[in-house]
Ligand binder design. Structure first.
Ligand code: ADP
Ligand code: ZN
Length: 707
């Protein structure tokens, strides 16, 4: 194992193996087969890259997508490891050249798509070589049940017979049991040792909130995450384009991605998302596999996914680098209605539909969950988390439940008595006793439930109906108009045999305020300048080498540089993620930035920009301080600066009563000539307002005079 550790340190720059990596590497390096189930970000690549380096011969890696191959090849290349990808974009000459280099033993890793690997010529070529191992990445593509099914994967089973002495390792982040068994069977991995890791993603903060004004809610979520890269998932192409445009208009650089866009544009947007920092990808689920960008800081859902499998996979694209990340979702009754209708209109036999229905129900249950979200999510994948996680909205905010038995019966009664075909708007009108045209036409003002529900308001009724549908107590009509009818499972409730406890929705402001996560707050305010300087050096190097920035160094490595402040190359070599080759190539340049010899002037502007938008969004200095992780005093002085530059009005920056403001202004204007310094009047207001307020007022007066 010491050889493996040496490679880990020298080549990759890491100090220790994570989780089951060591055991997996030992197994494969010794020539055994392995099936590796590990969540996204768990560190699967090292599981075949280290044994690949330990074993004699060529390591062949099967990967389903060109983007994934290119990413890994450039990563290895930057580490000083000879790797190539054979794919359809290469010319014949280039392919011949690669084959030559492989024959000469100059290449250590060969990445190849499954359909190419199983071509007879390719197999014959490989049989003439010494092969160190086969790694089959994204092995769940062999499963016909998943949505990533790739028929070519089915043919990979023959590797077992053709290369009986070459170890094979299959890897996937897909959790479910059925896929697991399918992989074993179809890839002939009966003798593979199985390595099953926890599927928890502890660095992801989960939040699901009731949809109220989705765009506004999304903006509130994004405010504290300006400059972060993220993905916003929507169901339809149209909505993708609208939301991307909306976000761009609000100052959040966003790109659309869906299957209806021309191929070149899609590829271009994807490339930009990978190569630039702080872009938001607004996308349908067409965007996903092949996105290995490690510093996606959030995944937001504006529409409900169809299943927990999809939710887990999509949210899992956040925070591969292990740094804090957010999974955020707004969901409402319309989502439920829409998905249920889509399901009933879909092709397929009854059994298949029942399975899909069951999956959707599990997704809905997570939305209405009153316990820890993470516990519930993992439980679905048969994994038990002994304690509530303390890192999801339910754990942080607490969940209130209430006895909804009586109102639920009224709601069900309203559905029943109006003939089981009206939508929620109409039903709420009945319950609240609103006598309008649409009520009078069918004579619903005469129903016994008419006006019976005045104890709740409109919003509360809507929530209740959403929950009834989510819990399967009411069904959505399948005709497309969203009418509700009773389901069989509501009978016990109607007969008074059971009671119903429901979760109480948080008020939108409450939910927005209780952020809980500090995803984008990786660096403190006083570190910002240097952080941005490191990032811009990384960006410059990435451009020079035509690779994404994270291939030069991941954020976690830059962060460690920032914190541990290496002063020499030997210090630098200690930083996690700095291997020998990168030290040699980049060590000096990053040291210069850290020692302040090289500067990046645009940075300060970034930070101020963020502060200004937070203030404009209505946050108080105290809230801003919490958001930017700095002192309130610091915030005041930056606010004063922004006021001085007339980027903020005094009203935007502070919330002062008029008379107090007048008093402060008078104090400044009392004397002749120059405005007095803050110190001159500070005593007069000591204990009444923070001194920072005086700086802001003074800045505003000064700005006024200068005009
Ligand atoms: P996966 O393929 O499982 O999603 P990756 O192989 O891309 O995960 O690894 C995720 C991140 O964690 C990468 O940046 C990788 O370099 C890093 N990583 C993996 N193993 C280790 C380790 N033992 N120590 C430090 N960082 C690691
Ligand atoms: Zn929790």
């Amino acid at each position: 194992m010491s050889a493996a550790l040496r490679i880990l340190k020298d080549v990759f720059g890491y100090d220790a193996f994570r989780g089951k990596q060591a055991a997996i590497i030992e197994r494969v390096a010794a020539g055994g087969d392995a099936l590796v189930l590990m969540p996204t970000g768990g560190g699967k690549s090292l599981c075949f890259q280290v044994p690949g380096l330990l074993r004699e011969g060529l390591a062949v890696v099967v990967s389903p997508l060109i983007a994934l191959m290119e990413d890994q090849v450039s990563t290895l290349d930057e580490l000083g490891v000879a790797a190539v990808a054979l794919n359809s974009t290469l010319s014949n000459d280039e392919q011949r050249d690669i084959a030559e280099r492989i024959r000469r033993g100059e290449i250590k890793f060969l990445y190849v798509a499954p359909e190419r690997l199983v071509q007879p010529r390719m197999l014959a070529f490989l049989q003439g070589l010494q092969i160190g191992l086969f790694a089959i990445d994204e092995a769940h593509c062999v499963s016909q049940w998943g949505h990533d099914f790739r028929p070519e994967y089915l043919q990979l089973g023959q590797l077992a017979e053709l290369f009986p002495h070459v170890p094979r390792i299959a890897l996937t982040a897909t959790a479910d049991m059925r896929t697991r068994e399918e992989i074993v069977q179809r890839l002939h991995l009966e003798n593979a040792e199985r390595f099953l890791s926890s599927f928890d993603r502890p660095n992801i903060f989960y939040r699901i909130l009731p949809k109220d004004q989705p765009r506004k809610q999304l903006l509130a979520f994004l405010t504290a995450r300006k400059g972060d890269a993220g993905i916003v998932y929507c169901l339809s192409r149209k909505k993708v384009e609208e939301v991307a445009e909306f976000l761009s208009g609000q100052g959040y650089p966003a790109l659309p991605y869906h299957a209806g866009l021309p191929n070149e544009l899609r590829a271009y947007n994807q490339k930009r998302f990978l190569n630039e920092e702080g872009l938001i990808m607004v996308a349908t689920i067409a965007f996903g596999m092949g996105i290995d960008k490690p510093n996606v800081r959030f995944v937001a859902h504006l529409d409900l996914p169809k299943s927990l499998e999809a939710y887990y996979q999509e949210t899992g694209r956040a925070g591969r680098d292990g740094l804090p990340a957010d999974a955020w979702m707004a969901y409402g009754l319309q989502d439920v209605i829409f998905l249920k209708q889509m399901l009933s209109n879909s092709e397929g036999d009854e059994r298949h539909k029942r399975v899909e229905q069951h999956k959707l129900d599990a997704m809905l249950a997570l939305c209405e969950e009153t316990r820890c979200r993470r516990q519930a999510l993992l439980a679905y994948f048969d994994e038990e988390l002994p304690q509530p996680c303390g890192h999801c909205d339910n754990c942080i905010d607490g969940v209130q439940t209430w006895d909804a038995t009586e109102p639920a019966r009224q709601a069900l009664s309203a559905i029943y008595r109006s003939g089981q075909r009206y939508g929620v708007g109409h039903l709420v009108d009945i319950l609240l006793g609103r006598e309008n045209e649409k009520i009078r036409a069918p004579g619903h003002q005469h129903l016994t439930v008419f006006g019976m529900g005045k104890a709740l308001n409109e919003g509360e009724w809507r929530t209740l109906f959403r929950q009834l549908v989510a819990r399967g107590l009411a069904d959505v009509d399948l005709d497309g108009y969203g009418g509700l009818r009773l389901s069989d499972s509501c009978r016990p409730l109607l007969r008074g045999e059971v009671t119903l406890q429901l979760r109480r929705d948080l008020k939108p402001q409450q939910a927005a305020k209780a952020s809980g996560s500090s995803a984008s707050q990786l660096v403190r305010i006083e570190e910002r300048e240097q952080w941005e300087a490191l990032r811009s050096l990384r960006r410059k190097l990435a451009e020079e080498h035509s690779v994404p920035p994270y291939v030069i160094f991941p954020d976690s490595t830059l962060l460690e540089m920032l914190r541990s402040k290496p002063a020499s190359l030997s210090d630098m070599a200690q930083v996690s993620g700095v291997g020998a080759r990168k030290l040699e190539r980049y060590g000096e340049a990053f040291l210069e930035v850290l020692n302040g010899a090289a500067e990046a002037p645009q940075v300060v502007v970034d930070l101020r920009h963020e502060l200004v938008s937070l203030a404009r969004a209505g946050m108080t200095p105290l809230q801003i301080a919490a958001q930017l992780k700095c002192t309130e005093k610091n915030v005041y002085s930056l606010l004063a600066e922004a006021i001085g530059r007339q980027q903020l009005s005094l009203e935007q920056a502070l919330d002062l009563p008029d008379d107090l403001l007048g008093e402060i202004q008078d104090a400044f204007l009392d004397g002749e000539g120059e405005l007095p310094a803050v110190a001159a009047i500070a005593e007069q207001f000591a204990g009444r307002v923070p001194e920072g307020v005086l700086y802001c007022v003074r800045a505003a007066l000064q700005a006024e005079f200068e005009v």
